[in-house]
Design a protein around this ligand. Structure first.
Ligand code: SF4
Length: 149
């Protein structure tokens, strides 16, 4: 999730990382200060019952990627919890993201004073579910997927 644009739109690069980033065709912005997400180095493998992703330049990934640890992974690592629970959590939150994307809803649609059209166009029960999913997603992005201190 930290590579597919769900969490970040931009990853900073150091000057000495530019050449490698360009060689791997990351979407480096014109200033060269970073690259855009979703990351073009992220490979998706989908099967009928699962979806996994993998960094295709893992050994050469930028320092910002190396340094990032989300809270969910940090808790799992510190507390020694079984990894299955964390993976279930990731899958659940991904499903929330996918459901909102399938409805073509974006964060702006849930903003106070945001565009009225999309949510209002949904069936009321669907709009309620979308609002609940968005609320759970934003909560989880903070408690599970933001940077561990
Ligand atoms: S370079 Fe690899 S670790 Fe960094 S954002 Fe892209 S896919 Fe993720």
């Amino acid at each position: 999730m930290c590579c597919d644009g769900s969490l970040f739109g931009f990853v900073p690069l150091r000057r000495h990382e530019l050449e490698v980033a360009r060689r791997h065709r990351l979407h480096v912005v014109a200033s060269g200060r970073g690259f855009e997400q979703p990351c073009s180095a992220l490979a998706l493998h989908e099967s009928s019952d699962d979806r996994t992703t993998r960094c295709t330049i893992y050994s050469e990934r930028p320092e910002a990627c190396r340094a990032f640890t989300c809270r969910l992974y940090d808790r799992q690592r510190r507390e020694g919890d079984p990894v299955d629970g964390a993976i279930r959590r990731v899958r659940h939150v991904r499903a929330l993201v996918d459901a909102l994307r399938a409805m073509r809803l974006e964060p702006a649609d849930f903003a106070e004073g945001g565009p009225p059209g999309k949510l209002a166009a949904l069936k009321p029960s669907l709009a309620v579910r979308a609002r609940e999913a968005y609320a759970e997603l934003t909560q989880s992005l903070e408690t599970d997927f933001s940077r561990a201190d």
